[in-house]
Design a protein around this ligand. Sequence first.
Ligand code: IPE
Ligand code: IPE
Ligand code: MG
Length: 255
Amino acid sequence: MGIFDRLTGRGPRASGEERKDRPVPRHIAVIMDGNGRWAKKRGLPRKAGHKVGAETFRTIATYCKDIGVKYFTVYAFSTENWKRPQDEVDALMNLFRTYLKEAAETMVARGVAVRVLGDLSVLPADIQRQIDEVHALADTLGEDAATASLCINYGGRDEIKNAVRALAHDVQAGRLRPEDITEDTISAHLYTAHMPDPDLIIRPSGEVRTSNFLLWQSAYSEYYFTDVLWPDFSTKDMDAAIDDFNRRSRRFGGV
Ligand code: IPE
Ligand code: IPE
Ligand code: MG
């Protein structure tokens, strides 16, 4: 680190020193991956990895709110994850029950609007009721509240297909002309209609793919990949991802 960086506060600080002043992206999304491998390394069942991964979610979501991230979105269960063994799917559904209950009990006090994004119609009925309750509470929080979104039974292609279908219905019913379909109309028909696109998408666990996450919304997102498995992901790892993001030049096609 040069003297200029030292004077301006740019560049890395001495190790162990917390940087509270770093600018943060408005919307951070995370593909929470690596729970199974984390458990396997310890000789534990995969569901043990999901349990610790869910605790990491709590820690990181809280941290993001504390450092001023307005929107924090996580990929918790994909439209493809139903292929997994039934006992693993059941364990994940039970974790959703636990965390939705916690959200309902603490959301208003913490001032974080929790939302669930995805095709919720095929989730167990009791979970759908919990989600309705959580959304009703989220609606009572003002515009300024931070938002934590949990993507459950979410698929980017499924989401775009649903939007196309809804627009086709509007055209068929004479409510919309095909030439009036714009990028904004499409965005407004996605689960993320009321939030900005993610600025930063983090994928832990060493995989370098999107796995059907936020396909439309990620057109100009910055990606950050790390080998850390999600249950081990710490606030320091989040700081490293944000620092990396802050060093990038986003040109959006310009110069
Ligand atoms: C969690 O990690 C992601 C979910 C689908 C819940 P994984 O369960 O995919 O863990 P790995 O990739 O097998 O290690
Ligand atoms: C993506 O992880 C889905 C979630 C994190 C919820 P997967 O583990 O399902 O993705 P693939 O199968 O490695 O692409
Ligand atoms: Mg995985």
